[in-house]
Design a protein around this ligand. Structure first.
Ligand code: ADP
Length: 484
């Protein structure tokens, strides 16, 4: 199957007010396969005008509420249709993002799970009676849609990042304007091809892309947009906070991470190494929950490094569409340059590359493959520890004791995900309580799931996605005390 021939990509354009954008666009931009640099599609480069049209269409759609049962039906059908198009969507994700096909299919299943969860739990959004009957009044709490919601998503999970937001927004009966990353708009377009088949009211869901600053400007300032749900860099997150401040809009921000993976000498080292590999190498290490730095207790360092080296040397980097590829390319030249810079900085500072370390010269036709790399003798002052590398690099750092490693793990402005491996329950409880991260895996490298809330502490953002907490994210409580 050729994904670019997919029925889901019949229209490679934006979707506003219930229709695909018509007519030839004034300007376009290419969507590129990061494995070989080939152009997959040319899509319209849109800006403030289209963003405004999308917001206004969404505002009109908001005027007619959709009954809860119909919203549940949409969510269920979306979940089913994502699953029935799993392979087709998976191929689209792999082509535009580069990740291996098995991961891309897993992403589709993960995305479907968020729609399913919202459908199964939408009753939580029904009005609630306050049992205490304060002041001898009947008190009702209604969960109203927050308004037009803007959903701005990154390229590392082109489908799932949207699926972490859209089901909750639809469950709450918001209308939405989606702005996917320009590197990967095709997965969002494919999702909109499915949405288009659901016969939603015009304007309920809208899709625009092109100039992020222009589109973002409208989303931040237009009075109809009441909430922006954003996943991306801390820099852009700060910009959204600043640009929405004059308009007092709600924000839900999932920003950068710098995840520590802490292994105590009393841990099952083999299990820790097994968990590290998928956690670290998913999407070539370009996820905000993936391990950025491994802390191993000094006495266990030699055997643990052997276990990690053995596993990482078996990983094959290559074309995500080919069977047997474990690690795909990085998303673009800037991503590739950052990873190369981090590795060079570590090696210059005394680290040793036990596997990988140097990227072969890039092919002239593009492609940003970086070899899976293990670095030992890493120290906290190196760039690969201080910054989020977003690449297939395992920097291994040694530590002596518990309080020291907690302090070093917390020594970052970020607080998204952390992982702790220890066989000692008391220690695990102490360490987890002291770690300022929204997600802490205990003897597991597993990431978020549709059934539980996920989000950051500190400068990793605020707001939660998934679980009941995530379902309420797009609602506004309206309280109605009733006199006699
Ligand atoms: P990354 O480093 O993962 O690419 P970004 O924060 O740059 O993260 O991008 C995440 C999303 O934010 C993308 O959809 C991108 O187009 C969008 N974005 C970038 N700049 C702005 C902006 N000024 N206003 C609104 N959205 C923006």
């Amino acid at each position: 199957m050729n994904a670019m021939k997919s029925s889901l990509l019949e229209h490679t354009t934006a979707y506003i007010d219930g229709s695909w954008l018509e007519g030839p666009p004034k300007k376009t931009f290419p969507v590129v396969n990061p494995f070989d640099g080939k152009v997959l599609a040319e899509v319209p480069h849109l800006g403030a005008d289209e963003a405004r049209r999308a917001v206004e269409a969404a505002a009109r759609a908001l005027e007619t509420p959709t009954p809860l049962a119909r919203r549940r039906d949409w969510l269920l059908r979306l979940s089913e249709q994502l699953l029935s198009h799993r392979d087709e969507l998976g191929e689209i994700i792999t082509l535009e993002n580069g990740k291996p096909l098995s991961e891309a299919r897993g992403e589709v299943e993960y995305a479907a799970g968020f729609f399913r969860y919202a459908a199964d739990h939408i009753d939580a959004l029904r009005p609630r009676r306050v049992e205490d009957r304060p002041r001898d009044h009947d008190w009702m709490v209604h969960f109203r849609p927050a308004g037009v919601a803007a959903l701005i998503t990154p390229w590392n999970f082109p489908l799932a990042m949207l699926a972490k937001k859209l089901p909750a927004a639809l469950a709450a009966d918001c209308s939405v304007v989606v702005k996917p990353a320009e590197a990967t708009p095709l997965s969002a377009i494919a999702l909109f091809a499915i949405l288009d088949g659901l016969e939603m009211p015009a304007g309920k869901v809208n899709l625009v892309f092109g100039d992020p600053a222009e589109i973002g400007g409208v989303l931040c300032s237009h009075p109809a947009v009441r909430l922006i749900s954003f996943t991306g860099s801390t820099e852009v997150g700060r910009l959204l906070i600043a640009n929405t401040a004059p308009h007092v809009k709600r924000l839900s921000l999932e920003l950068g991470g710098n995840a520590p993976f802490i292994v105590f000498a009393d841990a099952d080292l083999e299990a820790a190494a097994d968990h590290l590999i998928p956690n670290k190498f998913r999407c070539s290490g370009q996820t905000c929950v993936c391990t950025n730095r491994v802390y191993i207790q000094r006495e266990a360092a030699p055997p643990f490094l052997d276990l990690v080296v053995e596993r990482v040397s078996r990983l094959k980097a290559g074309n995500g569409l080919e069977e047997g590829t474990h690690v795909g390319p990085l998303i673009d030249q800037a991503g590739f340059d950052k990873v190369s810079r981090h590795v060079r900085n570590a090696l210059a500072g005394g680290a040793r590359a036990l596997v990988g370390g140097e990227a072969p010269p890039r092919k002239s036709d593009g492609g940003w493959l970086f070899p899976p790399t293990v670095l030992s003798s890493v120290t906290d002052d190196m760039h690969c520890v201080k910054e989020e590398t977003f690449g297939p690099i395992v920097p291994v750092i040694e530590f002596e004791d518990e309080s020291e490693v907690v302090r070093r793990a917390n020594g970052t402005e970020f607080g998204l995900a952390a992982y702790v491996f220890t066989g000692d329950e008391k220690r695990a409880e102490r360490v987890i309580r002291s770690l300022h991260f929204g997600h802490v895996g205990w003897n597991t490298g597993t990431g978020p799931t549709p059934e539980a809330p996920f989000g950051g502490m500190k400068q990793s953002g605020f707001g939660r996605e998934g679980g009941l907490e995530g379902l309420f994210e797009f609602t506004e409580a309206q309280t109605v005390p009733r006199g006699k």
